[in-house]
Write a protein that binds this ligand. Structure first.
Ligand code: NAP
Length: 309
């Protein structure tokens, strides 16, 4: 069996080593711009080059080295008509839960305010927030959203969840579809965005929808930057309607130097690190799925191109 491995950043050698360790009988193939690709059974990619995609019409499936698929679906008709499979959790769920739990607890226990106080030499205990009024809303109840929901439940916060299709999650107030978005957002204290970037979710977090949150709410965006209308967030933060935001993803990455987010103390920035691909877990998952496909069975995490995720 031959598998072509490709990453836009060129860091392919550690992936080759991992594939050889997990699938010793497989021949891995690399590709460079301008080369003709010899026939392969499968492709495993991240940020693919269009010239490579054009040569993948005969592979049995394309696997992605990440959970998000927007960077591949943007190629539209240039994407070969073969099954497209993304990663499902593969070690990212626990990282998302850690990242979000840290951000939520920082706001709930007012560490953001104590950090500012300490900078000014102020010793001033603040009243505790009441947990029953600190509702956490998680947008996206998928492979990465659910571990976040579980972590928030563990700390005893009231939790709401929003997804496209209806869900029954014990102890969580769930909402489904655009028609329920207003009810979901109303009065939320911390909004966590775990949605994929699709036509429907682009710019979903705008002035109108963020304005439905509780006054003094917080935003945590760990999915994709283009879901958030960045100027609208700045307006709401400056007016005090939104008290703060923790952002891991941005419309343009790296975040450009003159961007107003850099100088806004109520915004905490991280450079797209909330859930990193765990190479070993990822390769094991891809290897299992290749075996499943070779057995003629269906795999999970198949991308629905119509829905865009
Ligand atoms: P997933 O398993 O596909 O879950 C997506 C969830 O979003 C599902 O619950 C889905 O609803 C919901 N959803 C999709 N479109 C919706 C819509 N229009 N309205 C309401 N709900 C909608 O995806 P995942 O594995 O959890 O990953 C989520 C995203 O995280 C990825 O797409 C990626 O962009 C991002 N990500 C970020 C990082 C990082 O480091 N920052 C790392 C990995 C992934 P249904 O359940 O009804 O289908």
């Amino acid at each position: 069996m031959r598998i072509v491995l490709y990453r836009g950043d060129g860091v392919i050698e550690p992936w080759e080593r991992e594939f050889h360790a997990v699938m010793p009988d497989v021949q891995t193939v690399t590709w460079k711009e301008g080369e003709l690709l010899a026939p392969c059974d499968y492709a495993v990619l991240w940020n693919p080059a269009p010239a490579l995609l054009a040569q993948l019409g005969d592979v049995k499936a394309i696997f992605l080295m990440g959970a998000g698929v927007d960077a591949v679906l943007k190629f539209g008709d240039a994407l070969p008509d073969v099954p497209l499979v993304r990663l499902g959790d593969a070690g990212m769920g626990v990282q998302m839960a850690e990242y979000v739990a840290h951000a939520v607890l920082r706001y709930f226990r007012r560490f953001d305010e104590y950090e500012q106080q300490a900078r000014h030499g102020a010793w001033n205990p603040l009243p505790q927030h009441a947990k029953e009024h600190f509702t956490i809303g998680v947008m996206g109840l998928g492979r990465l959203g659910m571990p976040v929901v579980e972590a928030m439940r563990h700390f005893g916060f009231p939790v709401r969840g929003w997804s496209r299709s209806p869900k029954d999650v014990p102890g969580v107030q769930t909402f489904a579809g655009m028609e329920a978005l207003g009810d979901f957002l109303h009065g939320i204290r911390v909004l966590v965005c775990m949605l994929p970037l699709t036509q429907e979710t682009t710019n979903l977090l705008d002035r109108h929808n963020l304005g439905r949150l509780a006054s003094g709410a917080y935003l945590i965006n760990v999915s994709r930057g283009a879901i958030l209308n960045e100027p609208d967030l700045m307006t709401l933060i400056r007016s005090g309607q939104i008290a703060g935001a923790t952002l891991d993803v941005f419309r343009h990455e790296p975040l450009p130097a003159p961007h107003p987010f850099w100088n806004e103390p109520r915004i905490t920035l991280t450079p797209h690190i909330s859930a990193l691909t765990m190479r070993h877990d990822a390769v094991r998952q891809i290897a299992d799925k290749i075996q499943t496909l070779e057995n003629g069975e269906a795999v999970t995490e198949l991308v629905d191109r119509q829905l865009g995720y």
